[in-house]
Design a protein around this ligand. Sequence first.
Ligand code: AMP
Length: 404
Amino acid sequence: MGLNKKSVDDINVKGLKVLCRCDFNVPLKDGKITDENRLVAALPTIKKLIADGGKVILCSHLGKVKTDEDKPSKTLAPVAARLSELLGQEVKFAADDNVVGPNAKAAVEAMKDGDVILLQNTRYRKEETKNGEEFSKELASLADVFVNDAFGTAHRAHCSNVGVTQFLDGPHAVGYLMQKEIDFLGNAVENPVRPFVAILGGAKVADKLNVISNLLEKCDTLIIGGGMAYTFLKAKGYEIGTSLLDDTKIDYCKEMLEKAQKLGKELLLPVDTVCTDSFPDPIDAEIATVVVDSDKIPADKMGMDIGPKTIELYSDAVKNAKTVVWNGPMGVFENPILAAGTKAVAAALAETDATTIIGGGDSAAAVNQLGYGDKMSHISTGGGASLEFLEGKELPGVAAADDK
Ligand code: AMP
């Protein structure tokens, strides 16, 4: 996959109309933004385009818009207002129900260099998620240059991140946020400083088949934890009691164990496990646990977290690494009693000198909750997109940007 993409530092936007696809998919409650991290994260690219004298036309999706009734609660109006404050200059909200309508066209027409406008939620148009030609052409007609800074949707081909590039001649560049994701995730997988340790957890093997297989080829050590570890343990011939089992994936796990051996890669599985009698209900309920070796899980017990010996084993592997990628919790971390494994892995990553990359989702939340956020080299902003990167797939939203 070509990862050397043209960025906002490589283009000259002076006097040009720049359509900039951002990720303004922020949580809203009663019309108020409850977490503005995504807006703050988008500022460097927007400021760069302003400073370079571009006419900056921002667009984004916000939530899901299934029917017209969903529209009022999914308007980007609050985002325009807050962005104006954050940027210290007006971000005119060009609100058209069809996104590219009379308001947007007039607003673009009236723009001076360095002005910023925001279009309405791109999902107001049904064709958006189908990468429809008409809406792609309409978006393209507004601008000379396209900049994509929305990593969270990079694994999807939609009008506002892929279709538009087919009808817009000017350069198609990536913004700083996208660049950082490509640099860290892309380089970690394609060109890692070794030893490269990949840690995978989470619920099911089935969700991460391609990630497991691809990372096994790319890394030196693959560490498996979480619910998916038990199918691997079963594949090794162990009894796993009532632990989570993907019984259609036992053969796949056997294949992966053989693949690791053939490639001379280390594949680490839990050597001990924290068990309960049942799944906690509610999930954070106080619950009794026992720690057993992984080959001695009693028939009536359920594996819920990695045990202390496994924590030591995994932490040691991280200590000796130069690059670490982590996706997925080591146990049912929503319950504090079953979160020790996930916490310990987060702590090991925080302490190592290695380049540490957190692949979004639950592990990103865990790292941030524990206050280790600023100790990591990179925390991906896109759960789905980062997983597809780890699968070695070409992401349509990245592929659509020009190579350098
Ligand atoms: P994922 O969405 O695949 O990253 O999985 C995250 C979920 O996996 C979390 O909600 C965890 O509670 C769950 N999980 C982790 N370990 C286990 C386990 N041993 N048994 C059942 N669920 C688990």
